[in-house]
Design a protein around this ligand. Structure first.
Ligand code: AMP
Ligand code: GLY
Length: 427
């Protein structure tokens, strides 16, 4: 079987690695891929939003299965294009991807289907939102409606910050047309949890629950990033909470989408807040999370290509999906300065000393030159390690990190701190 993976980050490297373990996968292409992906797949110079280029490539090369990593091609309708050309592709179609593509749609959808979420109000007019925030209670959250590369949600502590956020989104239009609508939302206090689920639109199979660390500094402080680390399983979620999340969130979401003729096939990502008034949805994504995927897919014991094909064909079977009992942790190795300005082109040392026993290293922002790996982005590598419990996995991942270095390498030294604090409280 020939597979094409769309994307070029740590998430896509993990997907390619897992697919490479499948006995039926004979060849992997990645568009555009990265230097690490290039060690197990053939990288193709096509951008993720070049829908016609990608469709033609898949057709010309008789690709048997295409897997979409990022949200942009999904919301543009890549699945519809591939299906129209008779090609198999893993991911939700354009209508179903709107769950991530428009936060206003997602909020109204949750309201309609009684799925717990923060209370909210949608605005299209500048003066109306200003009137509203002048009379509101703080903190609150202001969000651009459309895709904003994870930067479209702004937590505001007071009216000045709220006015600034509205100015940024509606007047300066920093997110372009994504900011034509704006959502003002109740601020939820609690702990964030990620649940992703495989679904073929009928059957829903939740993956191991995880937690990511979005902020740049230790203690979850400072500006948000694309993610500085993640771990799984998360020990705040016991079997009762898992059932609540399935019954009150996952099932009504998938069934609600089907009822609205938006049958969802692929991975549904729910960003949740565990509050003292129950679990609420913060956001939906229509794809695998990054960096959560780097810890989740290594724990999956199934053949990933087979799981993808079963979902596409509508035969997902919950009893067949098996997970390892191990814990997994990933630490992101970033360029100093990220998420602001940073330098690239630094030589990465130590990758050749990493063995299977140490863990895995997935590339995000790397390029290769003269047989060397160089940094080419803000988030450069994901070190991933495993253990019999979270404590073990954390110790192992930091031993792995010790083996790798490049000039001005920055990483958080406290990934998994909440889980470690909880050890002994909940199994
Ligand atoms: P979003 O783009 O909706 O995923 O939001 C990005 C981040 O902003 C989330 O991961 C949370 O940390 C924070 N956030 C978003 N909405 C809320 C909310 N209603 N209450 C508290 N924090 C939020
Ligand atoms: N880890 C958050 C995301 O993938 O959007």
């Amino acid at each position: 079987m020939k597979v094409l993976v769309i994307g070029g980050g740590g998430r896509e490297h993990t997907i390619c690695w897992k697919l490479s373990l499948s006995p039926n996968v004979k060849k992997i292409y990645a568009a555009p891929g990265n230097a690490g992906i290039g060690t197990i797949a053939e990288c193709v110079d096509l951008a993720v939003d070049n829908l016609s280029g990608l469709t033609n490539f898949a057709k010309d090369n008789a690709i048997d299965l295409t897997v979409v990593g990022p949200e942009v091609p999904l919301t543009l309708g890549i699945v519809d294009e591939f299906e129209n050309r008779g090609l198999k592709i893993f991911g939700p179609n354009k209508e179903a991807s709107l769950i991530e593509g428009s936060k206003a749609f997602a909020k109204d959808f949750m309201h309609k289907h009684h799925i717990p979420t923060a209370s909210y109000k949608i605005f299209t007019k500048h003066f109306e939102v200003l009137d509203f925030i002048k009379a509101a209670c703080y903190p609150l959250v202001i969000k651009a409606d459309g895709l904003a590369a994870g930067k479209g949600a702004i937590v505001c502590k007071n009216i000045e910050e709220a006015c600034e956020a509205v100015e940024k989104i509606m007047v300066q239009k920093v997110f372009g047309s994504a900011g034509l609508k704006l959502i003002v939302e109740e601020y939820l206090e609690g702990e964030e949890v990620t649940v992703m689920a495989f679904t073929d639109g009928k059957t829903i199979v939740p993956m191991v629950f995880s937690q990511d660390h979005k902020q740049i500094y230790e203690g979850d402080k400072g500006p948000n990033t694309g993610g500085m680390g993640a771990y799984a399983p998360i020990n705040i979620v016991d079997s009762r909470l898992r059932k609540t999340i399935y019954d009150e969130i996952l099932e009504p979401t998938i069934m609600g989408l089907t009822a609205e003729n938006r049958t969802y096939k692929g991975v549904l990502y729910c960003g949740l807040m565990v509050t003292n008034r129950g679990v609420k949805v913060i956001e939906y994504n229509c794809r695998f999370g990054d960096p959560e995927t780097q810890v989740i897919l290594p724990l999956l014991e199934n053949d990933l290509a087979e799981v993808f094909l079963n979902i596409i064909d509508g035969y997902l079977n919950i009893d067949e999906i098996k997970w390892s009992e191990k814990s997994a942790v990933t630490v992101v190795l970033a360029s100093k300065g990220y998420p602001g300005k940073y330098e690239t082109g630094k030589v990465i040392h130590g990758l050749d000393t990493v063995t299977e026993k140490d863990g895995l290293v997935f590339h995000a922002g790397t390029k290769s030159e003269n047989d060397k790996f160089l940094t080419s982005g803000g988030r450069v590598l994901n070190a991933v390690a495993f253990g019999d419990g979270i404590k073990d996995a954390i110790a192992n991942v930091y031993n792995l990190v010790e083996k790798i270095n490049f000039e001005d390498m920055y990483y958080r030294k406290d990934i998994g701190w909440r889980a470690q604090n909880r050890i002994g409280m909940i199994r």
